[in-house]
Write a protein that binds this ligand. Structure first.
Ligand SMILES: Cc1cc2nc3c(=O)[nH]c(=O)nc-3n(C[C@H](O)[C@H](O)[C@H](O)COP(=O)(O)O)c2cc1C
Length: 164
């Protein structure tokens, strides 16, 4: 089953965390997961995916303009309706807007007809409420890697459960 992580990243944090989500997805038997920058998406591959996760850095407590433009201009070509979908962010501060950015992407994915999921509290600790957030500079972002891998695994397990 194909799955994709699509990110915007300038200094590498969001790309790096997206790759850990894909690694978590790939830990589920039968899953092929690939990562794409918003500038280089394999649209045919993503159309075939059952699970898609979007990732953005936080700029001024929002997702980046580039991710918003991607969602408005390109996401419509990805046949997101009916796919399992989620979102993650990276930010500098715990209070910097990470979850606000996740909500912006989840809202857009819902408008596209995607099925929003994170697992939330239903899967125990770590409770990943809306999606994972990685904090750089004020914290060591690598300490968040396990959350991203677990999140990817949970998303993939649910997609396999729903679509196999
Ligand atoms: C223009 C700009 C605005 C930013 N605004 C915020 C912010 O509001 N809150 C925050 O926590 N971090 C903010 N950051 C930090 C980035 O979100 C953070 O470094 C992120 O991990 C960068 O992702 P990337 O390495 O994938 O580009 C900002 C960074 C830039 C360049």
């Amino acid at each position: 089953m194909k799955m994709a992580v699509i990110y915007h990243s300038v200094t590498g944090n969001t790309k790096n965390m997206g790759e850990h989500i894909a690694a978590g997805m790939q830990s589920v038997e039968g899953v092929e997961a690939r990562c794409f920058s918003i500038d280089d998406v394999d649209i045919d591959y993503v159309r075939d995916c059952k699970c898609v996760v979007l990732g953005s850095p936080i700029y001024a407590a929002h997702i980046t303009g580039q991710m918003m433009n991607f969602m408005l201009n390109t996401a419509g070509k990805l046949n997101l309706a009916g796919k399992l979908a989620g979102a993650y962010t990276t930010a500098q501060y715990v209070h910097g807007g990470g979850e606000l950015g996740i909500r912006e992407m989840l809202d857009h994915l819902m408008v596209m007809g995607a099925l929003i999921y994170s697992g939330g509290a239903s899967l125990g600790k770590p409770v990943i409420h809306l999606g994972p957030v990685g904090i750089d500079n004020t914290l060591d972002i690598d300490q968040f890697i396990p959350n991203f891998e677990i999140y990817g695994k949970r998303m993939a397990q649910k997609a396999v459960e729903l679509f196999s």
